[in-house]
Write a new protein. Structure first.
Length: 199
């Protein structure tokens, strides 16, 4: 069986898009089996260009600052490790408390939709980073665009949590906030460990 085949990618991203549109049939497009759960983590491979462009954008902005002196290899290594940890840490943490939160039955569906949804949510940031690196966007414009899409992404994350977990507003919002906070913490720790400023 291939690492990820085109049909699987197309079907899963269709499901992710239909979650964004808040369509009730979205779950039918995902492989919700045990194997589908583990295979959804392979979607990280599709995120590598997005993570790479984001790191390149941050590095270019960092190096444009007066007195900046940061090793490129150190910077990109730290970002790579942080991105990988960000991909798996929250699902692990949530698994540890799923029983207490009474979401154990729907936990795998949430993670599957979250993983594939991350690929879809990364597309706007790829476009912004490309336009910035090509000199078509200034740093300020890129930052504003990124902020707008971060807000859209948070709403999308809320839809994923709410629809897949069958959670109420409070629980869904809490999960989104926790996921976002874990991501920020991982990035901050990785930057600090490498002696880099947190971007």
């Amino acid at each position: 069986m291939p690492f990820l085949d085109r049909d699987e990618i197309a079907r899963s991203l269709t499901g992710a898009w239909r979650v964004f549109l808040d369509k009730p049939d979205a779950a039918h497009f995902f492989d919700l089996s045990f194997n589908g759960f583990w295979r959804s983590f392979r979607a990280f491979a599709l995120m590598i260009p997005a993570y790479g462009l984001a790191a390149a954008t941050e590095y270019q902005a960092l190096m444009s600052s007066p007195g900046a002196d940061v090793s490129g290899s150190t910077f990109f290594f730290a970002k790579a490790i942080a991105s990988l940890l960000d991909w798996v840490t929250f699902p692990i943490l949530l698994a540890l408390v799923a029983e207490q939160l009474r979401i154990a039955r729907s936990y795998t569906s949430f993670v599957i939709a979250r993983n594939w949804g991350a690929v879809l949510a990364g597309v706007p940031f790829v476009l912004i980073d490309l336009l910035y690196l090509l000199g078509m966007f200034s740093e300020d414009v890129a930052n504003v665009g990124s902020l707008i899409f971060v807000l859209v992404q948070l709403y999308y994350s809320y839809l994923i949590a709410s629809r897949t977990l069958g959670a109420g507003i409070g629980m869904a919002v809490a999960i989104v906030i926790a996921d976002f906070a874990v991501s920020l913490l991982i990035m901050a720790i990785a930057s600090s460990a490498a002696g880099l400023p947190f971007q």
